[in-house]
Design a protein around this ligand. Structure first.
Ligand code: SAH
Length: 372
């Protein structure tokens, strides 16, 4: 909601806000995602240009950390034309991103572009802002979505003796200004369309907007190449009632004071896989601690510890590592999921030329290929 929505009014990401995310916890997180992009770019034969497209960039920290990696590997990327494309609906957060990434030097509503804002990063890379992924020009791209899909609206359904019913939001007739959940008296169009006939759960949450966006990403990757990396908390089609709110890092009644709390639902990766419709291969979900370990987080931590003698820095590095990796913290509940062109994963044996020599390198982070 432009006037009343949480992301347009409040958007409290970070320690002083409502929730904190991995890129905000440690620079290492974004650095490893930057390495992932470069690794895939190399594995796909170093195309002459790529777009880095981030959906829901928050405070811009992830892209900032990735740009630092790109800058450190400038000699490797010297012949590659790199540009940054941020899909962001929040005017407030786009300002925060602009400050973080460009120092605030941006042009609003540039005439020649589909973007609503453009600027240049501190390292000289062009950056564009859009409200919708469809406004981003086609081309070989790496798409990143970190804690993006969980923020999109869901439909909720409940199995009853009379069949599936949709969970709707109503005004409580007894208490003024109080919202309540009710069950639809009969089946609704959403019930007819979003519940799979083979569904075994009694309560189901579906995020059709996530499905539409994954379809678009899969079409783009199939046509123009690239990859998408999705990281979020979620499940593989097993969980039921996960819709919840957060305010000041505490659980918050989702129906109270709408627009003042972060509303979130676990991402259903089985649904995302289904919505890729076989246009791309899908990898994962793998747990965050496995992905980051495969990406070399332990080595990076050792280097950072060796580079500093300050005990406070050491403590901070170890604390943030624990937050990201500990199975009881973010290590187990966050997952990584990727879309890649089929040819990226095709085994040499199944190719037309069986004599072709070197096997394709495994996709970084996913260890042994979890090909589905
Ligand atoms: N990726 C960041 C922020 C996550 S919060 C991080 O991990 O720290 C979700 C982000 O998605 C915010 O930037 C929010 O403004 C943005 N967002 C929410 N709904 C959106 C939509 N429909 N289209 C584009 N961006 C959206």
């Amino acid at each position: 909601s432009p006037p009343q929505g949480y992301y347009t009014r409040r958007a409290g990401i970070g320690e002083s806000g409502d929730f904190v995310t991995s890129p905000e916890i440690s620079q290492v997180f974004g650095e490893l995602i930057g390495i992932w992009c470069i690794s895939e770019w190399i594995a796909m034969g170093k195309p002459k240009a790529f777009q880095l497209v981030e959906l829901g960039p928050g405070r811009g920290t992830l892209t900032d950390d990735i740009l630092r990696v790109f800058n450190q590997l400038a000699s490797l990327l010297s012949k590659c034309d790199v540009s940054i494309h941020l899909v962001e609906v929040s005017p407030k957060l786009s300002e925060v991103q602009a400050l973080m990434l460009t120092g605030g030097k941006v042009q609003s509503n540039p005439e020649d572009e589909s973007a609503y804002m453009k600027g240049v990063s501190k390292t000289g890379i062009p950056i564009f802002w859009y409200r919708d992924i469809q406004d981003v020009a086609p081309g070989y791209s790496f798409y990143l979505a970190h804690e993006f899909f969980d923020a999109l609206p869901i439909h909720k359904f409940q199995r009853t003796e009379k069949g599936w019913r949709e969970v709707l939001v109503d005004i409580d007739p007894e208490v003024p200004d109080q919202l309540r959940f009710v069950l639809s008296p009969s089946s609704t169009p959403a019930t007819e369309n979003f519940i799979q006939p083979e569904e075994t759960r009694d309560h189901v949450e579906v995020c059709p907007e996530a499905g539409v966006i994954i379809q678009r990403l899969a079409c783009r990757i199939e046509k123009d190449g690239g990859a998408a990396l999705v990281a979020d908390y979620g499940h593989d089609g097993t969980k039921t009632d996960t819709f919840r709110g957060f305010q000041n890092h505490k659980l918050h009644d989702v129906l109270r004071a709408p627009g003042t709390a972060d509303l979130t639902a676990d991402v259903d990766f089985s649904y995302l896989r289904k919505m890729a419709q076989g246009r791309t291969a899908t990898l994962g979900p793998v747990k965050q601690r496995e992905f980051l370990k495969n990406m070399g987080i332990d080595l990076r931590l050792q280097v950072l510890l060796q580079n500093s003698r300050d005990p406070a820095t050491h403590e901070q590095l170890l604390h943030s590592y624990d937050m990201l990796m500990n199975p009881k913290k973010m290590g187990d509940c966050f997952n990584f999921f990727a879309l890649l062109p089929h040819h990226r994963l095709a085994h040499p044996d199944t190719k037309q030329k069986p004599e072709s020599k070197s096997p394709l390198p495994p996709v970084a982070g996913f260890g042994e290929l979890l090909l589905k």
